[in-house]
Design a protein around this ligand. Structure first.
Ligand SMILES: Cc1cc2nc3c(=O)[nH]c(=O)nc-3n(C[C@H](O)[C@H](O)[C@H](O)COP(=O)(O)OP(=O)(O)OC[C@H]3O[C@@H](n4cnc5c(N)ncnc54)[C@H](O)[C@@H]3O)c2cc1C
Length: 394
């Protein structure tokens, strides 16, 4: 069981103060936005309902180069140069052109938080304050220019001119949320049995899930075994247990969540959205950590531009939304593949998996896949607190 350090009872005093930026959600996206603002002189409030790093939300696998570019290599647990793909009719091993690593969530969050000069408070964000909603239409208008955004939390209302929703798929600060199972959401569940493993493995097998995949990601002393379904109506609990049993692992320490598989608007009604709240998780692979970092770095630089007086909030809202939208075609391609692959017969899937394993094709496809959110973006723009690295303007 995770140790709870979230504030309870009498410790939950009202939050007060004038902030320049409020970042809601302190996981991959929120912590990165806050770290990106470090040293800007902005007074930043970072909110999460749990203490930082308390609740792991993923299998924590990422291209290794991203950990290095973000200065997060201290959290790495295991590195893999190949990916093993199982189907009912055969297994292929892809030798990857770059390595993939698993990391420790708590440790990674701690490193990010250590690099922030934001104030952190545990509070549940309930939505926009009712006073903030007393307005006719969720479209930018002249009278909104510079107007603060007020949000309601279980510790009172707080306002700032710049507000970020990095709260995950619920997109709490938007006018309309998503409701499973009708929304474009996948679902993922995994167990974390103790015990090491050698390979990064996935299963494309209808025994585990009709549309989706199963995985086993070793991370040093534990292995993360799970199933993700592109169809939100398919319950993954039984087949996560089945996969764990097939691997002779204990089905212990569950964690799961909904996973958005459609890109959403990056800015809406004076609020910036980042990470899963903006649908930044990639369709088909459900990889959402490096993309959360990537968009959070871009957003952090936009907010810095406002704080440092180089642009208005309205310009930053427009520029960030345009940056977000410029990636839409890549997300749509992956979404098409996500819809197509499960419809192929199992033997054809095996044929495709085998054909895709040829070295030249692996290099080409994984190279393009990495380009969607390349670690060079972080190497150039991330503010890691390392004074020897001067980020280039995003
Ligand atoms: C089982 C599973 C395995 C996955 N494995 C991988 C993987 O190996 N690699 C990968 O790249 N991606 C993976 N993903 C996807 C990845 O976890 C997400 O895309 C990623 O976590 C998104 O980061 P985020 O910061 O946007 O949101 P989250 O990590 O979901 O963080 C949201 C934060 O907001 C807080 N919060 C939420 N609501 C409120 C509220 N009302 N008030 C206050 N705080 C709130 C939460 O406590 C949390 O800290 C996986 C997903 C699942 C479900």
């Amino acid at each position: 069981m995770p140790t709870r350090s979230t504030k309870r009872g009498d410790d939950r005093t009202p939050i007060a103060g004038d902030y320049d930026v409020i970042v809601c959600g302190a996981s991959f996206a929120g912590l990165t936005v806050a770290r990106q603002l470090t040293g800007s002189g902005a007074r930043v409030l970072l909110l999460d309902r749990y203490d930082v790093g308390e609740r792991q939300t993923s299998a924590c696998g990422i291209p290794t180069a991203w950990l290095h570019a973000m200065g997060l290599e201290g959290s790495a647990r295991q590195e893999f140069g190949s990916l093993v793909v199982h189907t009912p009719h055969g297994t292929s091993r892809y030798d990857l052109p770059w390595t993939f690593s698993t990391f420790d969530y708590r440790e990674l969050c701690r490193i990010l938080l250590d690099g922030c000069d934001a104030e952190f408070e545990t509070a549940k964000v309930e939505g926009r304050a009712s006073s903030d909603r007393e307005r006719p239409a969720p479209r930018p208008s002249a009278r909104d220019e510079g107007r603060s955004v007020t949000i309601a939390t279980d510790r009172g209302e707080v306002s700032a001119p710049l507000v970020v929703d990095a709260l995950g798929w619920r997109r709490v600060l938007a006018s309309a949320g998503y409701q499973p199972p009708d929304a474009p959401l996948s679902r993922g569940l995994e167990v974390h049995p103790p015990g090491p493993g050698d390979d990064l493995e996935i299963w494309i097998d209808r025994r585990y899930v009709p549309a989706g995949y199963g995985w086993s990601f070793p991370a040093g002393e534990e292995t993360r075994v799970g199933v993700g379904s592109f169809d939100p109506r398919f319950h993954v609990k039984d087949t996560t247990v089945l996969l764990a049993e097939d691997l002779e692992r204990d089905a212990v320490r569950y964690q799961g969540n909904w996973i958005p598989h459609k890109l959403r608007r990056g800015a809406e009604d004076r609020v910036f959205f980042c990470g899963d709240s903006a649908g930044h998780c990639l369709p088909l692979t459900a990889e959402g950590i490096r993309t959360a970092f990537y968009f959070a770095i871009a957003l952090g630089e936009e907010l810095r531009g406002v704080v440092e007086g180089r642009k208005t909030r309205e310009q930053a809202l427009r520029d960030y939304a345009a940056f977000n939208d410029s990636h839409e075609w890549k997300f749509n391609w992956l979404l098409r593949a996500q819809r197509a692959v499960p419809s192929f017969p199992a033997r054809m899937q095996r044929g495709l998996v085998a054909a895709a394993g040829r070295k030249r094709f692996v290099d080409w496809s994984f190279g393009h896949y990495l380009e969607i959110a390349h670690p060079r973006f972080a190497a150039e723009h991330a503010r890691t607190g390392d004074p020897s690295r001067v980020p280039v303007a995003a």
